[in-house]
Design a protein around this ligand. Structure first.
Ligand SMILES: [Zn+2]
Length: 376
């Protein structure tokens, strides 16, 4: 395999250096946005968001749910001044990007991290965010957009020279809290070289270009693989074999718990203490004005195969209320009793995981089973 580093740091914006710590821990808020990903990472001195997806149909407004959650969060942390130190987008599919325009308008976004792509079902939103960051370099455009400061922006691509330790710099990791300095790294990005070991259809699959993010907070750590699929995950595992870069405490389950979003090799490399799946509830019909029903049940998320891998590889056991619906296919679910700490936004609502600097992790809050107004 050969990888090229085509990462261009256009600007750098440091955030959080002077803020007083409000809590000593990192908290991962896996926000219930229906079928989609949006994870708020809360630090003592700053906050960042990984993806801004939102399910949108006649039953549910995931954008409103995300904005309400972020508003309440910033109301509780006024010293953060409604600022996201980093807005990272794993890939341009709408279940990861739908609410980007609203988030960018409503809050101060200091840095933007994407894989640089413009196509895909969320290409418009991702491209718009990238354009906004680029425009912010001009004082005149900043003024027109109502931006107080330049937005740092970086698009990450994989290729020759991509560091074996992963990529980190002041745009990818703009956060430096006084007591514990979190470390944010990108381990995967847009594939550009032809010699990457993937076939044509695998390269055309935008999921395989997802940013993979690792966040370390003292001895605690978390991994986000976006919607990376099996073939790319195998290359990811091969690439970081022997480095411990994939060895983490918290795993945001890849591709919403699809059967192709987690592999035995990845589970072995991570040995996570707990795992959280971002997916919509299985009971929501989700009919929209086009007749579409792209919700958790139509995708069959999470799939039995992924749960088997999580049950085998997650190390902590003993979650409360452990019987949950697991998909045996699209639209078909069966109850499953979990022995390990595996949570899902479609089962539990928003899931908040506390990560202490000494490596202790656990779920500290769930908002409860999401509402399903058109349950079958
Ligand atoms: Zn997705």
């Amino acid at each position: 395999m050969r990888f090229a580093a085509n990462c261009v740091a256009l600007t750098t914006v440091a955030v959080g250096l002077a803020a007083a710590p409000a809590a000593a821990d990192m908290k991962l808020h896996f926000i219930d946005v229906g079928q989609g990903d949006a994870t708020l990472v809360e630090f003592p001195c700053a906050a960042m968001l990984v993806d801004a997806g939102a399910e949108q149909n006649l039953d549910y407004d995931g954008t409103a749910a995300l904005i309400a959650y972020l508003d309440a969060f910033f109301a509780a942390r006024p010293e953060l001044d409604r600022t996201l130190a980093l807005l990272a987008v794993t890939h341009p599919h709408v279940d990861h990007t739908r609410a980007l325009p609203q988030v960018a308008q409503r809050y101060t976004v200091a840095n933007v991290l994407t894989n640089g792509q413009r196509s895909g079902s969320g290409g418009r939103e991702q491209h718009g965010l990238q354009q906004r960051a680029r425009a912010s370099r001009s004082a005149w455009k900043r003024n027109r957009l109502g931006l107080a400061a330049e937005i740092g922006y970086q698009a990450v691509t994989l290729g020759d020279g991509f560091p074996l330790s992963g990529l980190s710099d002041p745009v990818i990791d703009p956060i430096a809290c006084p007591a514990v300095d979190p470390v944010i790294r990108v381990l995967w990005g847009e594939i550009q070289t032809s010699n990457h070991g993937l076939g044509g259809s695998e390269v055309r699959n935008l999921n395989n270009h997802s940013l993979v993010l690792r966040i370390d907070y003292g001895q605690g750590s978390a991994l986000f693989t976006g919607d990376l699929e099996e073939e790319a995950i195998e290359l990811l595992v091969e690439r970081y074999a022997g480095t411990h870069r994939l060895d983490v405490d918290v795993y945001q389950v890849g591709h919403h718990g699809s059967g192709n979003g987690t592999t035995a090799g990845l589970m072995a490399a991570m040995s996570p203490k707990l795992a959280v799946i971002s997916m919509g509830p299985p009971c929501r019909q989700g009919m929209d004005w086009t007749g579409g029903t792209w919700v958790g049940r139509s995708y069959g998320h999470p799939r039995q195969r992924a749960i088997d891998q999580l049950e085998a590889g997650v190390t902590l056991s003993g979650r409360d209320d452990p019987t949950v619906p697991v998909a045996t296919g699209t639209y078909t679910f069966a109850p499953r009793t979990l022995s390990k700490k595996i949570y899902g936004t479609g089962w539990d609502g928003t899931v908040v995981v506390k990560v202490q600097a000494d490596g202790w992790v656990d779920v500290v809050e769930t908002t409860g089973q999401p509402a399903c107004p058109s349950s079958p």
